[in-house]
Design a protein around this ligand. Structure first.
Ligand SMILES: Cc1ncc(COP(=O)(O)O)c(C=O)c1O
Length: 396
């Protein structure tokens, strides 16, 4: 039989989806499963985006421009300007989701065995991107006790080698919910300038910020033009993950020209999805007020409900829609499987994401899980009640 590549064998399967077969089985057995495991928002996609596709009068569904149509990129630049981020349409390459933006970025700035430093726990698909481009992730551990704040710059410096090409942060963070402060961004900006590295910020959760805090984009930093790369997406902002539209932004012209070559090699982003994404920029601001208010309510609800359970601790999230939770269990992966395979409370159970899969360093985070507060308040309360009952049974 012909052999699968080493790269193919190394490509990790999603730590979140790994439990899916157990959830399917539980559902077949008639159990209701509350999904706290994935970041699929239940929020309605803006009507303007859906309508634009319905009324589009298309005779030939043609390829779009590789970097995305000029009209969309111009409108996107307007969206960023409203967020006090001043870039030009030519600083943007439209991609098939933030995922492709990450792959193009890794491919454009790193060669085989080059290194990228990423604070852990991190979004697990960064592992996939590193395998795609044959590069090495060097993790730097951020701590639960600090709510996953930026580790000291001196710790980053210890990890920098001649092979280090970039530092990647996710702001606000998935899976941590941490929002980097302006001061932390400034520290990173100084560091990448000093060592001549790229600074990549995955800002797909930019809108999802609470407690009156403000998101500070790396694109606002003076003097970082040649270093800063932002990954973005419509998936979370407009609850449009099925559109598969994202973008990569940089003022570094050589980098953008390189990304465009990758974009040409895959021809174009999907045309209908571009129409929806362009229209989505006209989403009224009230939509965001409502959505953020709803997530904030869910956030405070899940935190207060969880903190009432003995032995459970929550790292307080200031952004995105996830939190890392410490449970009174030794092995959260075993607990997550057990929840689906063996447990039910009034014929209901939970699917949660064991946090070990978000760490690169083996053995860390084994008592932690990531919970996504993407359910309505009533379901969230119910889900936390089930967790409480499950812990009583599991620990006896
Ligand atoms: C931190 C982060 N970055 C990027 C993505 C990729 O998003 P998409 O490819 O849907 O744009 C996700 C999706 O969950 C994410 O959580």
């Amino acid at each position: 039989m012909p052999k699968i590549s080493i790269k193919g064998q190394t490509m990790p399967s999603s730590p979140i989806r790994k439990l899916a077969p157990f959830a399917e089985k539980a559902k077949k057995e008639g159990k209701k499963v509350y999904h706290l495991n994935i970041g699929q928002p239940d929020i309605k996609t803006p009507q303007v985006a859906l309508d634009a596709v319905k009324i589009a009068n298309i005779d030939v569904l043609a390829y779009a421009r590789s970097q995305g149509s000029e009209s969309y990129r111009l409108k996107l630049a307007g969206y960023y300007a409203k967020n006090d981020i001043h870039i030009k349409a030519d600083d943007i390459v439209v991609t098939v989701g933030g995922t492709e933006a990450l792959n193009f970025t890794f491919g454009s700035i790193m060669d085989v065995d080059d290194e990228i430093i990423i604070p852990e726990p991190f979004y697990a698909n960064y592992n996939g991107a590193s395998v795609f481009s044959d590069v090495k992730i060097v993790p730097i551990t951020s701590r639960f006790e600090d709510n996953f704040a930026l580790p000291p710059v001196s710790e980053f410096e210890k990890l920098i080698t001649p092979k280090t090409k970039a530092i990647l942060i996710c702001n606000p963070g998935n899976p941590t919910g941490y929002l980097y402060s302006k001061d932390e961004i400034k520290q990173l900006a100084e560091l990448v300038k000093k060592h001549d590295l790229f600074l990549i910020a995955d800002e797909v959760y930019r809108e999802f910020v609470y407690d009156g805090e403000k998101h500070y984009s790396i694109l606002k930093e003076e003097g970082l033009q040649n270093h800063a790369i932002v990954i973005d997406s419509v998936s979370k902002r407009y609850s449009m993950s099925g559109a598969r539209i994202g973008c990569v932004i940089s003022k570094n012209k050589e980098f953008v020209a390189t990304v465009i070559k990758f974009a040409q090699a895959r021809l174009s982003p999907p045309t209908y999805a571009l129409i929806a994404s362009e229209a989505a920029i006209d989403t009224p601001q009230t939509y965001f007020y409502e959505v953020i208010k709803e997530y904030d309510k869910r956030r405070t609800t899940i935190i207060s409900e969880l903190e009432r359970i003995e032995g459970v601790k929550v790292a307080r999230p200031k952004g995105a829609f996830y939190c890392i939770v410490e449970l009174p269990v030794k092995d959260s992966e075993d607990f997550a499987k057990w929840l689906l395979k063996e447990f039910s409370y009034e014929n209901e159970t939970l699917m949660i994401a064991p946090a070990g899969g978000f760490y690169s360093t083996k053995g860390i985070g084994k008592n932690q899980v990531r919970l996504a507060y993407v359910l309505n308040i009533e379901d969230l309360k119910r889900a936390v009640l089930i967790l409480k009952e499950a812990l009583k049974v599991y620990n006896n």
